[in-house]
Design a protein. Structure first.
Length: 133
């Protein structure tokens, strides 16, 4: 449901679903994608303090559970850079464009592209960039 909220740009409802998942999680299944969704939703809402906290929490959790691949590295790096340029629309557009390039490369790697079957990261980044212009 968090994915649907992202696709429909229902960010506040997405926060509720992500929070619900964290509250009831019983296993590590889906952990990678829910961390991705949390980062995206907090970014879209401009919840900078939550985004900063989520970047740190995601890094720690994904490393601990050995779910830290190229996609996670690039996403976390992107969100760290966004936190540094959040008040510069031009710099933010450039960072989103860079992320799009990186996502394209990762999506072609058969060992890294599993998450792309569940969520179209490139589509989201293109939509985000178009909203920034």
């Amino acid at each position: 449901l968090a994915r649907a909220c992202i696709l429909c740009q229902e960010w506040s409802t997405g926060v509720d679903w992500v929070s619900f998942w964290y509250k009831i999680k019983k296993s590590n299944h889906g952990m990678r994608i829910i961390h991705h969704f949390s980062l995206i939703i907090y970014y879209e809402l401009g919840y900078w303090e939550l985004l900063e906290s989520q970047v740190k929490a995601s890094y720690k959790a994904l490393k601990k559970h050995q779910k830290f691949g190229e996609l996670e590295k690039k996403l976390l790096s992107f969100f760290k850079r966004i936190l540094m340029v959040k008040n510069s629309p031009e710099a933010e557009v450039a960072q989103v464009a860079l992320l799009e390039e990186q996502l394209l490369i990762i999506s072609k790697n058969e060992h890294e592209n599993e998450a792309f079957e569940f969520f179209r990261f490139q589509e989201w980044s293109k939509q985000r960039r178009s909203r920034l212009r």
